[in-house]
Design a protein around this ligand. Structure first.
Ligand SMILES: NC(=O)c1ccc[n+]([C@@H]2O[C@H](COP(=O)([O-])OP(=O)(O)OC[C@H]3O[C@@H](n4cnc5c(N)ncnc54)[C@H](O)[C@@H]3O)[C@@H](O)[C@H]2O)c1
Length: 288
């Protein structure tokens, strides 16, 4: 008989980067499941308004400030309760021809998308292991398993997340701690602004990703594709000859969909927001 889905009622869930987009939708759905949700975000004002609207606890947090990240989890455990679920969702997507990019953008993307996610994961493990329970959800991307021309740095950061989780899963066996990584296709958020769907790319809504995250928390599994059909597409894609895959990429326009978004209104606004965000990781790199 299939196991009963786990109840999320009363669970303490911290979601990073949850003031908008996928994180916010996930917070909303989890609150509907009666979880106690902490909306953590670099944008403290937006985190506060989202939390007030949804009935969550707000937390201003720059995940690249690892000392602050640890202290924030301490505060949550003191004020809300022991951490049951950490969703490492905060992320940025730099795009453009790689040859025209610079090291600063790559360091920033890895600081947010990879190193902070690793820090959060380690912190969560140290808190969950003594209790023998907990669930860590790391938001990766389909860009972590397929080529993503125009976003080579972003894709490599998401490949890092996939490799990290595939390896860590083995280390967590027997600890009672569940691990999932999530691979959404293009999602209709500010991060993907200006990117059009192609014949090979589906676009989903943040609520679709949230629904799969909640499903994975109820019935734990490691790799969570959104939509689920992308799991099959990925498996088949790995079997077909490279020349055939290349033809599909070019015929569908997937080889230029990201670069085509450069200069669009939405993309320009996103890039301005990210450029102005100045995470702690930037200052730390400048000091070295
Ligand atoms: N939108 C997509 O097409 C898509 C597809 C696959 C995966 N993803 C991944 O989903 C996650 C969420 O993306 P989204 O589309 O909701 O993006 P978004 O830009 O809408 O939201 C990201 C949030 O993260 C916050 N953030 C950024 N840097 C931070 C930092 N240093 N500390 C704390 N918070 C920070 C931002 O303030 C923002 O509120 C990311 O990891 C992204 O890579 C997105």
């Amino acid at each position: 008989m299939a196991r009963q889905p786990r109840s999320l009622a009363g669970k303490v869930v911290v979601i990073t980067g949850a003031a908008r987009g996928i994180g916010r939708s996930t917070a909303e759905l989890l609150i509907g499941e009666r979880a106690r949700v902490v909306i953590a975000d670099l944008d403290g004002a937006l985190a506060a308004s989202a939390a007030a609207e949804l009935g969550a606890t707000p937390l201003e947090l720059d995940v690249t400030d690892h000392v602050a990240f640890t202290a924030a989890l301490d505060t949550v455990e003191r004020d809300v309760g022991p951490l049951d679920v950490l969703i490492n969702n905060a992320g940025v997507m730099p795009i453009g021809p790689f040859a025209e990019s610079n090291d600063d953008a790559a360091y920033r993307a890895f600081a947010i998308n990879v190193f902070s996610l690793m820090h959060g994961t380690r912190e969560a493990i140290s808190r969950m292991r003594p209790r023998g329970s907990g669930h860590i959800v790391n938001i990766a991307s389909m860009a972590g398993v397929v080529p993503t021309p125009g976003a080579a740095v972003y894709a490599s950061s998401k490949h890092a997340v996939v490799g990290f989780c595939e390896s860590l899963w083995w280390e967590l066996r027997g600890t009672g701690i569940e691990l999932s990584y999530v691979l959404p296709t293009l999602v209709n958020t500010e991060l993907a602004a200006g990117m059009e769907r192609t014949r090979a790319t589906r676009v989903v809504e943040p609520a679709d990703v949230a629904a799969e995250v909640v499903a994975a928390l109820k019935r734990p599994r490691l790799a969570v594709y959104v939509p689920r059909s992308m799991g099959t597409v990925t498996k088949v894609g790995n079997l077909i000859p490279r020349a055939v895959g290349n033809k599909i990429m070019t015929a569908s326009g997937s080889d230029h969909v990201i670069l085509d978004s450069l200069g669009s209104e939405g993309r320009t606004a996103y890039e301005k927001r990210v450029a102005e965000s100045a995470p702690a990781a930037d200052a730390e790199r400048a000091r070295r």
